[in-house]
Ligand binder design. Structure first.
Ligand SMILES: Cc1ncc(COP(=O)(O)O)c(C=O)c1O
Length: 405
């Protein structure tokens, strides 16, 4: 979770924005439309993909949007038999779910020993039913897919298109552009990369950027500029609306403010700092923890308990719970699925060296407690009103009453 600039929150709370109504005529909301049009341009420039829709309400919604665009494009080419999407096993969990929702069949591509998409496995799976490949890059192991250019060429040669889950764009923004290495479509998690607090179920935005070939199929209306100003228009082969109104405008506004304040060089520094922080933490932790792919990572890395810790009966859930006692919100655990007992560490660019050292200290303290067989680990969290809950039951049968008898 990164710190989000307070100035963006103040900006988003301004009544000049919050007082707008989405049914107002374009002539009355030129400022808001200008923000959207310029954000579309900035995202196109940052990704190297010229077609942009700001509609999707979250990353997963962006995935669904892009897959619907792909399907409409395939249908327009008469390619109605192409209904398979290949997805590496290190992909984010929303990827296969979005494919299924969009009516595609998911086929898994296994990772190689380096944690990257296995090119031979991919070659064996490409055929005349392939609609495309959906690849998270950097992947959920925090590794950049080094073969991405070749991967794109292989999929294109087979007649498919490549979707990149760009939720991890904060590792590469300003450094490389997906459109330049062959990606056809991608989403961005504005609420992760470009300000707005991520998580907690709040509003998000998952704009989709596509090549010129796919742009006519994007949802509409979107903002264009002509000699009279900014106006809303439908792309000519649009898949239609995927949500009401024009996207989560205040999330878009924060992203625009964030991009303008940093500029291109600032975005590059952001990505470099996120990568540096993750690598610093990785090296602080790799003596006490097992880091399965212990080499230069991008903005995150995945660790797991060592064999000695496991022999003491310690599970990653115990570690996450103990982190609460030490003052930390636990990160994602048991994901990605390719690493058993995974704990995913993603410090982002805004943490100082002191906070990184403190977090590494907490993780390493837990590792020592585990080896000593300290009961604090199995009893954690001890500092919260409620200790361990039946998490599966809490999801399936939530009791949301305040002080129920
Ligand atoms: C790699 C990746 N893809 C997709 C998503 C889904 O995004 P959202 O939660 O906004 O739907 C996330 C969420 O963080 C993610 O990390």
């Amino acid at each position: 979770m990164k710190y989000n600039p307070v100035v963006n929150e103040a900006l988003a709370a301004e009544s000049a924005w919050t007082g707008l109504h989405p049914l107002q005529e374009a002539g009355e909301i030129q400022g808001a439309l200008a923000v959207m049009a310029r954000l579309q341009n900035d995202l196109a420039e940052a990704t190297g993909l010229p077609g942009v829709t700001l509609h999707p309400a979250a990353g997963a919604h962006g995935e669904l949007t892009a897959l619907m665009v792909l399907r409409a494009w395939l249908d327009s080419c008469g390619e109605t038999k192409r209904r398979t999407i290949l997805i590496p096993d290190s992909a984010h969990g929303t990827n296969p779910a979005s494919c299924t929702l969009a009516g595609f069949e998911v086929v898994t591509v296994k990772s190689d020993n380096e944690g990257l998409c296995d090119l031979d496995a991919l070659a064996n799976l490409l055929d005349e039913t392939t609609a495309g490949l959906m690849i998270t890059n950097p992947n959920t192991l925090g590794l950049f897919e080094e073969g991405i250019q070749e991967i794109c060429q292989m999929v294109h040669k087979a007649g498919g298109r490549v979707y990149m889950d760009g939720a991890n764009f904060n590792a590469i923004a300003g450094i490389t552009r997906p459109g330049d290495f062959g990606i056809d479509m991608m989403h961005l998690n504005l609420h992760k990369t470009f300000s707005t607090p991520h998580g907690g179920g709040g509003p998000g935005a998952g704009p989709v950027c596509v090549t010129e070939e796919l742009a006519p199929f994007l949802p509409g209306p979107h903002v264009i500029e002509d000699e009279d100003g900014f106006l809303l228009q439908n792309p000519n082969k649009s898949v239609g609306r995927l949500r009401n109104w024009h996207g989560n405008f205040l999330v878009l506004l924060r992203a625009y403010a964030f991009i303008k304040r940093l500029g291109g060089p600032g975005l590059k520094r952001m990505a470099q700092a996120a990568v540096l922080n993750a690598n610093y933490l990785r090296v602080q932790c790799n003596k006490h923890w097992r880091v399965p792919f212990d080499r230069i990572c991008m903005h995150e890395f995945v660790a797991r308990p060592t064999k000695a810790m496991k022999e003491k009966g310690i599970r990653t859930l115990d570690i996450a719970k103990r982190l609460i006692d030490l003052g930390y919100h636990p990160p994602t655990i048991y994901f990605p699925l390719v690493i058993p007992e995974a704990i995913m560490v993603e410090p982002t660019e805004t943490e100082s060296k002191e906070t990184l050292d403190a977090f590494a200290g907490a993780l390493n303290q837990i590792a020592e407690e585990a080896l000593r067989g300290d009961s604090a680990l199995k009893q954690a969290p001890a500092t919260t009103p409620v200790g361990r809950v039946d998490e599966a039951r809490a999801v399936k049968d939530p009791n949301l009453c305040f002080r129920c008898s």
